[in-house]
Design a protein around this ligand. Sequence first.
Ligand code: UDP
Length: 339
Amino acid sequence: MNVLVTGGAGYIGSHAALRLLETGHAVTIVDDLSRGRRAAVDRLEPLGDLAFVETDIGARERVAGVFRDRRIDLVMHFGALAYVGESVEQPLRYYRSNAAGTLAVLEAMEDAGVTRIVFSSTCATYGAPSSEDIPITEDCPPQPINPYGRSKLMAERMVTDLADRKRAGGGDFAATILRYFNVTGCDPAGRLGEDHRPETHLVPICLEAALGGRPNVSIFGTDYATPDGTCIRDYVHVDDLIDAHLASMEALAPGDVRTYNVGTGRGHSVREVVDACRRVTGVDFDVTEAPRRPGDPPVLYADPSRIGRDLGWTARRTDLDTTIADAWRWKREHPNGYE
Ligand code: UDP
């Protein structure tokens, strides 16, 4: 299949592109490199039929040309901004990238007559579910509490509204919306990794501290109503997440929109993650307690049973230490990321 991967130079998009190439698909990456890494694309280039186009997804003529020239069959739309804290600081930037960006993708698909999409969404669409909604099923009412979650929910609605319209018109539009939990780890073979600028995610920050690149790790909030007072998240290995994309792609059914949680079904507190990072690295890096980070819900972990039932997907790498060990191996070999 000819797959357009938006955001394919980014952390998750590049891992998807890697797997698609390895399984014989032709991949076209569209990325404006605002967060993605050209060096990640360079690593993918020898692996198969890959084209890279550096552009904003909103450049309509250019993107139309890409759909035409590469005879795109299906879109995996990863391209987005994904930092909760930054979204609170710069909300319009998030609406532009995540909401308007998805609008541009859907318009480009419509222009090109492409009817299949796997869309990257997030558990941030749920907001701060009450304790009876934990673990979170897809039926939990989406009530996002930060601009990141709201911008992604808007994008979801665009996908589902378009799908409804197409279905009513007898069209064969097919979409799967994957709501990611906290994606962690990297390609177990070490070809790709996580290289965010700026880095805000807990696991890579701990690994940077273990390498001596930061004086300490701040724990954002120790007064949450959780057993150890810190936030609980569901850390899913990027390789498992990509399995979910491939399974979704293969199962896309004309006229159908599906929404799935992609998580392990287990929650770990910030303190547990810090301890796991200390264990895996063997470095007892310093930790300081800091105020809560705006926009952070206390507890988010998935009930992933729907995707298990429908697609047979389940997280295979559920041991946090193993997931962190993959990230650590890459980090140690690439202390400056792809540079
Ligand atoms: N976190 C933290 N210190 C950091 C980075 C993150 O305490 O330096 C916490 C953050 O407040 C959240 C959890 O770790 O509760 C996971 O945050 P991350 O940014 O990795 O992912 P998010 O849940 O925002 O997608």
